[in-house]
Design a protein around this ligand. Structure first.
Ligand SMILES: [Zn+2]
Length: 141
């Protein structure tokens, strides 16, 4: 859930749609290769074309791998004080993409590989002016 003073971590990577959050990427119209984030050209060496069209991905996937970060990230990464360990995972989306993202859970050591996950848009940290930096995360369901 985002608020009026929410700022995306990077503009154009994700959106809240009428059907829920989605990652914004593209698909090669010729060979079907999917890209997130958007690519300028198709990178498939067997594809002779580069006709890319917008595509959105999510919200369902399965946890492929994860790791717990027990240390604060180095600058310029931002985080709220006090630092709390968080999990980062690779999620296989139903569309066929494997996406890296933070995992939204209080039980970072209880994550299970193969668990069903859903895409969520949540705060990454809060700026000094009170605005929230929003990013995509995956939450166990
Ligand atoms: Zn292609």
């Amino acid at each position: 859930m985002t608020t009026s003073n929410s700022i995306p971590v990077i503009k154009g990577l994700f959106a809240e749609t009428s059907e829920g959050p989605r990652l914004l990427g593209c698909r090669c119209a010729t060979c079907g290769t999917l890209y997130f984030p958007k690519a300028a050209n198709c990178q498939n060496p067997d594809c002779g074309d580069s006709k890319l069209e917008d595509a959105s991905f999510g919200p369902h996937g399965k946890l492929y791998s994860c790791a717990v970060q027990n240390f604060p990230p180095p600058p310029p990464a931002k985080y709220d004080e006090p630092f709390a360990p968080y999990a980062v995972g690779l999620v296989d989306l139903a569309e066929g993409l494997r996406i890296l993202g933070r995992i939204s859970t209080d039980d970072v050591n209880g994550l299970k590989i193969g668990s069903e996950m859903e895409l969520v848009l949540e705060p990454l940290c809060r700026e000094d002016d009170g605005s929230e930096i929003i990013t995509w995360k995956f939450r166990p369901i």
